[in-house]
Design a protein around this ligand. Structure first.
Ligand SMILES: [Zn+2]
Length: 441
């Protein structure tokens, strides 16, 4: 007879929504965690394990940590600074403020954004910005999982923010070399060209080649507005996805944020393994960009669709519960479609696949890394619990997250963040935002 296996943590008697392909809701289930991974999942009392610590999870729902596939943490200071503007004007308006940021500012605004995300049950984020070293340090400290890219942009001015013009691709590649696989694999890296309308054709071609040489992916903005598509057609005679494909971008893992305006041919081009779309409904609504063809994209066999918050400058929260809610409500789903379930999958398993992380995270099953959250079900908006999935998506905007684990480490417990001094983060962020936004109407 085998002795019980020693494990680090046992979550006892949870209701589990594993979000695996087949998995519905599992009542009275234990989840054992060892060496940062899920060691076993089984009916309560049946796992032959000797846990160092046991946490009672009765009355709480265990699900995979949420995956935020598109954000710009350095811009968290611009929360609540805009409304009723279109993307092009809004980008112009933000630039002078963003260009005053220092690395230290980005560090503190990243911590602010990460704290907000962890409190909302987001355990993985994909970020692209400038001073990305500072974002990586913040992610490392806070204990979140992160896929990060040092931004490449070639708009005029601000060498202090974007780096010397001729070194921006090199800086992005250097960042990827330094951070890909860092923090025990919690941090991965991608190259992050802003978009095809803010970078020269030469640099974009070199970026695609550099991604293939480095063996890393690319994170960029694609077909966000009708204007972008029209300008791309005029300049190159192709749509943005076709032009990215022409430059060789689709040969490396490719994360395309927005994809609001796509032709059927675009969807066909993007439908391949290794391509992810980050759908950002709040940002698309706020900047009047339009409505991405989400139900159509979800029919693709290869392409993965995740959800993103975009930055606090265009959202203004960094909360995927809201993005799930909007995705379920906004789109024209086929009659009778399981929209809530699909939204939960986008926020977990499909988001993980969009980031090339489906082997590691995105479901509750043995062998995956232990990125898990516990949601309190003893809340009025969760009663009666006629459907776990619909309750989470349509009524769960104020879900109370009791526990957050990343890579098996407890990051949040009983309402307290264990990795970051939250009061200091708020104080730093407020002071720095006052300085940066002085003069903003
Ligand atoms: Zn963005």
């Amino acid at each position: 007879v085998n002795a019980p296996a020693p494990v680090d943590l046992l979550l006892r008697d949870a209701t589990v929504l594993p979000l695996t392909e087949a998995g519905g809701v599992l009542a009275h289930t234990d989840v054992a965690i060892a060496e940062g991974a899920i060691a076993a999942v089984g009916p309560t009392g049946t796992l032959r394990v000797a846990p160092a610590r046991t946490l009672e999870a009765h009355g709480r729902l265990l699900l995979p940590g949420l995956v935020n596939t598109h954000t710009h943490l350095g811009q968290t200071f611009m929360r609540g600074t805009a409304e009723c503007m279109r993307l092009e004007d809004w980008l112009q308006r933000n630039r002078p403020y963003t260009q005053q940021l220092t690395a230290e500012d980005v560090y503190w605004f990243s911590l602010l954004g990460i704290v907000e995300m962890l409190r909302a049950g987001i355990t993985t984020l994909a970020d692209m910005f400038f001073f990305e070293e500072a974002v990586a340090e913040a992610a490392q400290l806070a204990g979140v999982r992160a896929c990060l890219g040092q931004g490449i942009i070639e708009v005029p001015g601000a060498e202090g923010t974007y780096g010397p013009a001729e070194k921006r691709l090199q800086n992005s590649a250097d960042f990827a070399r330094r951070w890909h696989g860092a923090a025990d694999g919690r941090i991965t890296a991608r190259l992050a060209p802003h978009s095809l309308y803010t970078i020269s054709e030469g640099t974009l071609r070199e970026t695609a080649a550099a991604a293939r040489d480095l063996g890393v992916g690319v994170h960029t903005h694609v077909s966000e507005t009708q204007t972008e598509v029209e300008n791309c057609q005029a300049a190159f005679g192709r749509t943005p996805p076709a032009q990215f494909e022409h430059w060789g971008f689709l040969e490396a893992p490719f994360l395309a944020a927005h994809c609001v305006h796509l032709t059927p041919a675009d969807i066909g081009l993007l439908d391949r393994p290794g391509v992810g779309v980050a759908h950002n409904p709040s940002s698309n609504m706020k900047l009047a960009s339009g409505q991405a063809p989400v139900p159509r994209l979800l029919e693709c066999a290869g392409l993965a669709v995740g959800l993103g918050t975009d930055s606090a400058a265009s959202n203004d929260t960094l909360d995927l519960w809201k993005e799930m809610h909007l995705t379920a409500l906004w789109h024209s789903w086929p009659e009778g479609a399981p929209a809530a379930r699909r939204c939960l999958e986008m926020a977990t398993r499909d988001g993980a696949r969009a980031l090339g992380m489906s082997e590691q995270i995105g479901t509750v099953e043995a062998g995956k890394r232990a990125d898990l959250i516990l949601v309190d079900l003893e809340q009025p908006q969760m009663a009666p619990l006629n459907s776990v999935e619909r309750a989470l998506v349509y009524a769960g905007l104020r879900s109370k997250i009791d526990l957050v684990l990343v890579d098996g480490e407890v990051v949040l417990e009983d309402g307290a963040l264990l990795t970051v001094d939250e009061q200091e983060v708020l104080a730093q962020a407020r002071g720095r935002a006052r300085r940066l936004l002085a003069g903003l109407e």
